[in-house]
Design a binder for this molecule. Structure first.
Ligand SMILES: Cc1cc2nc3c(=O)[nH]c(=O)nc-3n(C[C@H](O)[C@H](O)[C@H](O)COP(=O)(O)O)c2cc1C
Length: 188
């Protein structure tokens, strides 16, 4: 099995909607599909989205990367896809994330500042800048549970019916009530 890696830049064709649970809704849908498919195909990598631009990095089995990229190229949610890296890989460089997602975070802003770039325009990244972006994705500590794979609900925002403090309070109140009933019963 031969491995390869691939990075590209593209421009979103959709009009960005307000962020819901930390992710733009179109991007959330892309991520859900990507995570399902990439986990199945043992592909890893990351997706950056900001300034209506995408930067995506994929690595894994060559056939799987190429099949996935063929689907991505046909996707009408983006255009002007520019391949930045497409080459063989001797060993995997990511741990087991199927698709890390990092919005235009402080790390990327620092990187843009360092490089003297005013906005996120990945299609004009040099190969050195691409490697730095990949390194940012690799080291990203973004909460990867933000987009739940099954129902697009943020795990962090899942409604908490009762907080643990309230639960403890109810248990104590229940015990006090049982105690009172037992004591009351013995006094009758
Ligand atoms: C910017 C962008 C990145 C995408 N990345 C992936 C990806 O990593 N893996 C994937 O399977 N689909 C990805 N997609 C979605 C594919 O274009 C396509 O819709 C999807 O693979 C179809 O999957 P399905 O046949 O399971 O419905 C991406 C789409 C866009 C616009």
């Amino acid at each position: 099995m031969s491995l390869m890696r691939l990075a590209y830049a593209s421009e979103a064709t959709f009009e960005a909607k307000p962020v819901e649970k930390g992710v733009e809704p179109h991007v959330a849908r892309i991520l859900m599909t990507s995570r399902k498919n990439n986990a199945r195909d043992q592909l890893v990598g990351g997706l950056y989205y900001g300034n209506d631009r995408f930067f995506q990095y994929l690595e894994g089995d060559e056939d799987a990367v190429r099949r996935t990229f063929d689907r991505i190229l046909k996707d009408e949610r983006h255009k002007n896809v520019v391949t930045l890296i497409e080459e063989p890989l001797t060993s995997r460089t990511f741990s087991n994330w199927s698709m890390k997602y990092v919005p235009l975070s402080r790390d990327v802003r620092n990187f843009l500042d360092e490089q003297g770039l005013e906005s996120f325009e990945p299609s004009s990244f040099t190969s050195d800048q691409c490697e730095k972006m990949i390194e940012l994705i690799r080291n990203s500590s973004q909460n990867q549970n933000l987009v739940n794979r099954d129902n697009n609900q943020s795990v962090g925002d899942a409604p908490q019916v009762l907080s643990s403090g309230m639960k403890m309070g109810l248990i104590v109140a229940g015990l006090v009530l049982v105690g009172a009933l037992v004591i009351g019963g013995t006094m009758l």
